[in-house]
Design a protein around this ligand. Sequence first.
Ligand SMILES: [Zn+2]
Length: 212
Amino acid sequence: MTDNTNDGGNVRIDDPRDFPPQEDGFQRLWTPQRMSYVLRGSKGGREAKKPEHKECPFCAGPKKSDEDGLIAWRGTYVFAIMNLYPYNCGHLMVCPYRHVSFLTDLDDDELFEFEKASTLAMTVMRTVSHPDGYNLGINQGEVAGAGVATHLHQHIVPRWNGDSNFMPIIAQTRTMPILLHEQREAYAAAFEGLAPSFGLPLAAKEREEDKD
Ligand SMILES: [Zn+2]
Protein backbone atom coordinates (compact mmCIF):
# COMPACT_ATOMS: atom_id res chain seq x y z
CA MET A 1 0.00 0.00 0.00
CA THR A 2 1.31 3.46 -0.80
CA ASP A 3 0.42 6.77 0.66
CA ASN A 4 2.48 9.50 -0.97
CA THR A 5 1.11 12.82 0.15
CA ASN A 6 2.35 16.27 -0.46
CA ASP A 7 3.41 17.41 2.99
CA GLY A 8 4.45 21.08 2.80
CA GLY A 9 6.64 20.51 -0.26
CA ASN A 10 8.16 17.27 1.12
CA VAL A 11 7.15 14.04 -0.50
CA ARG A 12 6.67 11.26 2.03
CA ILE A 13 7.80 7.91 0.74
CA ASP A 14 6.04 4.96 2.24
CA ASP A 15 7.02 2.46 -0.40
CA PRO A 16 10.45 2.91 -2.07
CA ARG A 17 9.26 0.84 -5.03
CA ASP A 18 7.30 3.91 -6.12
CA PHE A 19 10.61 5.79 -6.52
CA PRO A 20 13.07 3.43 -8.22
CA PRO A 21 16.70 4.63 -8.36
CA GLN A 22 17.99 6.13 -11.62
CA GLU A 23 18.95 3.41 -14.07
CA ASP A 24 22.65 3.37 -15.07
CA GLY A 25 22.44 1.17 -18.16
CA PHE A 26 23.72 -1.99 -16.43
CA GLN A 27 21.77 -5.11 -15.68
CA ARG A 28 22.59 -6.98 -12.47
CA LEU A 29 23.19 -10.66 -12.07
CA TRP A 30 23.13 -11.25 -8.33
CA THR A 31 25.53 -14.03 -7.31
CA PRO A 32 25.93 -13.99 -3.52
CA GLN A 33 27.25 -17.57 -3.62
CA ARG A 34 30.46 -16.24 -5.23
CA MET A 35 31.51 -14.39 -2.08
CA SER A 36 33.01 -17.54 -0.58
CA TYR A 37 35.17 -17.89 -3.73
CA VAL A 38 36.22 -14.22 -3.63
CA LEU A 39 37.24 -14.50 0.03
CA ARG A 40 39.03 -17.83 -0.41
CA GLY A 41 42.42 -16.35 -1.28
CA SER A 42 42.21 -13.29 0.97
CA LYS A 43 43.60 -13.12 4.48
CA GLY A 44 40.13 -13.14 5.99
CA GLY A 45 39.01 -16.14 3.98
CA ARG A 46 38.26 -19.30 5.90
CA GLU A 47 39.78 -21.43 3.15
CA ALA A 48 42.82 -19.21 2.56
CA LYS A 49 45.32 -21.11 0.43
CA LYS A 50 48.89 -21.44 1.68
CA PRO A 51 51.37 -20.14 -0.93
CA GLU A 52 53.43 -22.85 -2.62
CA HIS A 53 57.10 -22.76 -1.75
CA LYS A 54 58.88 -21.99 -4.98
CA GLU A 55 62.04 -19.95 -5.35
CA CYS A 56 61.31 -16.38 -6.32
CA PRO A 57 62.77 -15.69 -9.80
CA PHE A 58 63.83 -12.16 -8.80
CA CYS A 59 65.76 -13.49 -5.78
CA ALA A 60 67.24 -16.35 -7.84
CA GLY A 61 68.28 -14.21 -10.86
CA PRO A 62 71.03 -12.10 -9.22
CA LYS A 63 72.60 -15.23 -7.66
CA LYS A 64 73.44 -16.47 -11.17
CA SER A 65 75.98 -15.07 -13.64
CA ASP A 66 74.78 -12.09 -15.69
CA GLU A 67 74.43 -14.35 -18.73
CA ASP A 68 72.51 -17.17 -17.02
CA GLY A 69 70.36 -14.83 -14.93
CA LEU A 70 69.69 -12.51 -17.91
CA ILE A 71 70.89 -9.59 -15.78
CA ALA A 72 71.57 -6.44 -17.77
CA TRP A 73 72.83 -4.29 -14.88
CA ARG A 74 73.44 -4.54 -11.12
CA GLY A 75 73.19 -1.46 -8.96
CA THR A 76 73.64 -1.10 -5.21
CA TYR A 77 69.99 -1.65 -4.24
CA VAL A 78 68.31 -2.65 -7.50
CA PHE A 79 69.11 -4.52 -10.70
CA ALA A 80 67.78 -4.74 -14.26
CA ILE A 81 66.78 -8.11 -15.69
CA MET A 82 65.40 -9.21 -19.06
CA ASN A 83 61.84 -10.49 -19.00
CA LEU A 84 61.81 -14.17 -19.98
CA TYR A 85 58.27 -13.69 -21.34
CA PRO A 86 58.57 -10.26 -22.98
CA TYR A 87 55.50 -8.18 -23.87
CA ASN A 88 57.67 -6.68 -26.56
CA CYS A 89 61.21 -7.05 -27.79
CA GLY A 90 63.73 -5.73 -25.24
CA HIS A 91 61.33 -5.80 -22.25
CA LEU A 92 63.33 -5.08 -19.08
CA MET A 93 62.38 -5.14 -15.42
CA VAL A 94 63.94 -3.15 -12.60
CA CYS A 95 63.75 -4.93 -9.22
CA PRO A 96 65.08 -4.30 -5.72
CA TYR A 97 67.37 -7.06 -4.39
CA ARG A 98 65.15 -7.20 -1.31
CA HIS A 99 62.16 -9.53 -1.55
CA VAL A 100 59.36 -7.01 -0.91
CA SER A 101 55.96 -6.67 -2.53
CA PHE A 102 55.08 -3.00 -2.63
CA LEU A 103 56.67 0.31 -3.58
CA THR A 104 55.83 1.45 -0.06
CA ASP A 105 58.16 -1.25 1.33
CA LEU A 106 61.26 0.42 -0.16
CA ASP A 107 63.42 2.72 1.94
CA ASP A 108 64.55 6.09 0.55
CA ASP A 109 67.85 4.81 -0.91
CA GLU A 110 66.11 1.91 -2.65
CA LEU A 111 63.29 4.10 -3.91
CA PHE A 112 65.71 6.65 -5.36
CA GLU A 113 67.78 4.01 -7.15
CA PHE A 114 64.64 2.16 -8.32
CA GLU A 115 63.31 5.23 -10.13
CA LYS A 116 66.73 6.45 -11.25
CA ALA A 117 67.51 3.01 -12.69
CA SER A 118 64.18 3.07 -14.55
CA THR A 119 65.19 6.28 -16.31
CA LEU A 120 68.62 4.77 -16.98
CA ALA A 121 66.91 1.72 -18.51
CA MET A 122 64.83 3.96 -20.79
CA THR A 123 68.01 5.73 -21.91
CA VAL A 124 69.71 2.38 -22.53
CA MET A 125 66.77 1.37 -24.75
CA ARG A 126 66.90 4.71 -26.56
CA THR A 127 70.61 4.19 -27.24
CA VAL A 128 70.37 0.54 -28.30
CA SER A 129 67.12 0.31 -30.21
CA HIS A 130 65.58 3.78 -30.66
CA PRO A 131 61.98 3.09 -29.57
CA ASP A 132 59.20 5.59 -30.34
CA GLY A 133 57.69 5.25 -26.85
CA TYR A 134 57.69 3.23 -23.61
CA ASN A 135 55.28 1.48 -21.28
CA LEU A 136 56.40 1.69 -17.64
CA GLY A 137 54.39 0.12 -14.89
CA ILE A 138 54.20 -1.82 -11.67
CA ASN A 139 51.46 -4.33 -10.93
CA GLN A 140 51.30 -4.67 -7.15
CA GLY A 141 49.43 -7.65 -5.76
CA GLU A 142 48.06 -10.66 -7.62
CA VAL A 143 44.67 -9.01 -8.02
CA ALA A 144 46.40 -6.15 -9.89
CA GLY A 145 47.99 -8.54 -12.36
CA ALA A 146 51.45 -9.10 -10.84
CA GLY A 147 52.92 -12.39 -12.14
CA VAL A 148 55.36 -12.51 -9.20
CA ALA A 149 53.35 -10.63 -6.60
CA THR A 150 55.77 -11.15 -3.72
CA HIS A 151 58.75 -9.35 -5.33
CA LEU A 152 58.33 -5.80 -6.60
CA HIS A 153 59.32 -5.20 -10.23
CA GLN A 154 58.87 -2.31 -12.63
CA HIS A 155 58.20 -3.25 -16.25
CA ILE A 156 59.95 -1.13 -18.85
CA VAL A 157 58.71 -1.98 -22.32
CA PRO A 158 59.98 -0.24 -25.44
CA ARG A 159 57.41 0.49 -28.14
CA TRP A 160 57.75 1.19 -31.82
CA ASN A 161 55.18 2.59 -34.20
CA GLY A 162 53.48 -0.40 -35.79
CA ASP A 163 54.86 -2.96 -33.28
CA SER A 164 51.40 -4.34 -32.51
CA ASN A 165 50.43 -6.48 -35.44
CA PHE A 166 47.69 -9.07 -35.88
CA MET A 167 49.73 -11.97 -34.46
CA PRO A 168 48.95 -11.52 -30.72
CA ILE A 169 45.26 -11.19 -31.56
CA ILE A 170 44.67 -14.09 -33.91
CA ALA A 171 47.50 -16.45 -33.01
CA GLN A 172 48.29 -15.72 -29.32
CA THR A 173 51.84 -15.18 -30.53
CA ARG A 174 54.21 -12.24 -30.29
CA THR A 175 56.93 -11.79 -32.87
CA MET A 176 60.42 -11.22 -31.40
CA PRO A 177 63.08 -10.25 -33.91
CA ILE A 178 66.07 -10.60 -31.53
CA LEU A 179 67.10 -13.32 -29.06
CA LEU A 180 67.09 -12.57 -25.33
CA HIS A 181 70.80 -13.23 -24.84
CA GLU A 182 71.82 -10.96 -27.71
CA GLN A 183 69.51 -8.25 -26.43
CA ARG A 184 70.92 -8.60 -22.89
CA GLU A 185 74.47 -8.22 -24.17
CA ALA A 186 73.65 -5.06 -26.08
CA TYR A 187 71.81 -3.63 -23.07
CA ALA A 188 74.59 -4.58 -20.60
CA ALA A 189 77.18 -2.70 -22.68
CA ALA A 190 74.95 0.38 -22.84
CA PHE A 191 74.19 0.22 -19.07
CA GLU A 192 77.90 0.15 -18.38
CA GLY A 193 78.55 3.17 -20.56
CA LEU A 194 75.61 5.23 -19.30
CA ALA A 195 75.35 4.37 -15.56
CA PRO A 196 78.03 6.86 -14.38
CA SER A 197 76.27 9.80 -16.03
CA PHE A 198 73.18 8.88 -13.96
CA GLY A 199 75.24 8.83 -10.77
CA LEU A 200 74.70 5.06 -10.63
CA PRO A 201 77.31 2.33 -10.18
CA LEU A 202 78.68 0.28 -13.05
CA ALA A 203 77.63 -3.36 -13.40
CA ALA A 204 78.49 -5.40 -10.29
CA LYS A 205 80.87 -7.56 -12.31
CA GLU A 206 82.94 -4.47 -13.11
CA ARG A 207 82.87 -3.37 -9.48
CA GLU A 208 84.14 -6.79 -8.37
CA GLU A 209 87.07 -6.42 -10.76
CA ASP A 210 87.75 -2.93 -9.39
CA LYS A 211 88.21 -4.39 -5.93
CA ASP A 212 91.03 -6.70 -7.10
ZN1 LIG B 1 62.18 -12.41 -4.35
